[in-house]
Design a protein. Structure first.
Length: 212
């Protein structure tokens, strides 16, 4: 298992293959990621590598984070992300990882934070069909209907699909194919859509559950 990359979602564009097939791709801009710290099984109980991106002079870094960077003797970075690896001994603090870490045709998993939709009803949040539009139904056309049972168990089960806060959660899209890599511009083009809004931070790693 290798480390991943920290990237910024620029947006989506369309490309055309040699045979004229339209290919929707997401543009991910990758700033050079620096290995900040290592986690080993002997010291920490697991193997991982911590990457930092967007080097900063300290103006935008809060005091606890500044203390952490000073403790490990590292430069300041605005973004930190830890990736599990097979063996952290293969990496060295100070190593820089760029877009060439991935190759065209490779499958990757992309993790991002979805757009927040605020409070949403059951129809928008879960795709419910709603109640009937006529024949006695009044005012409650978009309600989700019954939520519980009778005397026993006398409560609403946990996980019941109801109205509530929608979006603004971490989501991982699996098995996306890398269309191409532009080293000069520091850009990865991934086929399909990835979670999050434009300019949002996403994390790209090797696909764990490769499509069979």
């Amino acid at each position: 298992m290798r480390i991943g990359l920290i990237a910024k979602k620029v947006g989506m564009i369309q490309l055309f293959d040699s045979d004229g097939t339209q290919v929707p791709v997401t543009v991910l801009r990758v700033d050079p990621c620096t290995v900040v710290s290592l986690r080993s099984k002997d010291n920490d109980g697991y193997e991982a590598v911590q990457l930092g991106a967007r080097e900063d002079k300290g103006k935008h870094i809060n005091k606890p984070q500044q203390g952490y960077f000073n403790k490990i003797g590292s430069k300041f970075f605005r973004i930190l992300k830890e990736f599990r690896v097979g063996s952290s001994s293969e990496y060295t603090v100070g190593d820089v990882v760029d877009v060439t870490h991935f190759a065209p045709g490779q499958l990757v998993d992309v993790t991002g934070r979805t757009k927040g939709k605020g409070f949403a009803g059951a129809m928008k949040r879960h795709g419910f069909g709603g109640l009937r539009a006529s024949h006695g139904v009044s005012i409650v056309h978009r309600c989700h209907g019954s939520t519980g049972n009778r005397t026993l168990p006398g409560r609403v089960f946990k996980g019941k699909r109801m109205a509530g806060h929608m979006g603004d959660v971490n989501v991982t899209t699996l098995n996306l194919k890398v269309h191409s890599v532009d080293k000069e511009r520091g850009v990865i083009l991934v086929r399909g859509a990835v979670p999050g809004s434009k300019n949002g931070i996403v994390y790209v790693r090797d696909a764990i559950k490769k499509a069979g």
